[in-house]
Write a protein that binds this ligand. Structure first.
Ligand SMILES: Nc1ncnc2c1ncn2[C@@H]1O[C@H](COP(=O)(O)OP(=O)(O)OP(=O)(O)O)[C@@H](O)[C@H]1O
Ligand SMILES: [Mg+2]
Length: 143
């Protein structure tokens, strides 16, 4: 259990376009210190980018980004806002909303495919999304 204490955390508010740049720079430099494959690094970066852009584009609120790296185990990305919530979240994750939308709509669906887990807790009081990727290619039973 002692080794599990080795962790790296980063937190930042999501309020302006400048915050997006700051968060993504920090994510990139953090990922370079940890043993993810280049493909996994790219996936984590894209997911972080999509989730924080969604807060500014859709929530109507400011938000917060939180990344937590647990040494040699996994990275957890948590993005929260106190905005209006995501309507039809199941449709979005099934790709059904793309039929009647002009948006590419790949943000949430794409992120759920890129990461090992993507959990969404949303209501009219706000949204919390937690995404996770294992360092080693463990098989996830939920996929
Ligand atoms: N944080 C959020 N708060 C409220 N609604 C959200 C939030 N994130 C996503 N949504 C809703 O979910 C929909 C799907 O999001 P997704 O990121 O998949 O696509 P998009 O942002 O519309 O398009 P793209 O990401 O491809 O530019 C959005 O159109 C929006 O209605
Ligand atoms: Mg989006």
């Amino acid at each position: 259990m002692k080794e599990l204490k080795s962790s790296t955390e980063f937190k930042h508010r999501i309020e302006t376009d400048q915050d997006i740049q700051i968060i993504l720079l920090s994510v990139r430099s953090m990922l370079n210190k940890f043993p993810f494959s280049d493909t996994d690094k790219q996936s984590i970066h894209v997911c972080s980018s999509e989730l924080i852009r969604n807060v500014l584009k859709h929530s109507g609120s400011i938000g917060e980004f939180h990344s937590y790296f647990l040494k040699d185990l996994c990275i957890i990305i948590r993005v929260i806002d106190k905005g209006k919530g995501i309507e039809n979240v199941e449709e979005i994750l099934n790709g059904d909303n793309l039929k009647h939308s002009s948006s590419l709509g790949l943000g949430l669906l794409g992120s759920s495919r890129l990461m090992d887990e993507l959990l969404i807790n949303t209501s009219e009081k706000g949204t919390e999304i937690v995404a996770m990727k294992w360092v080693t290619p463990l098989i996830s039973l939920s996929k």
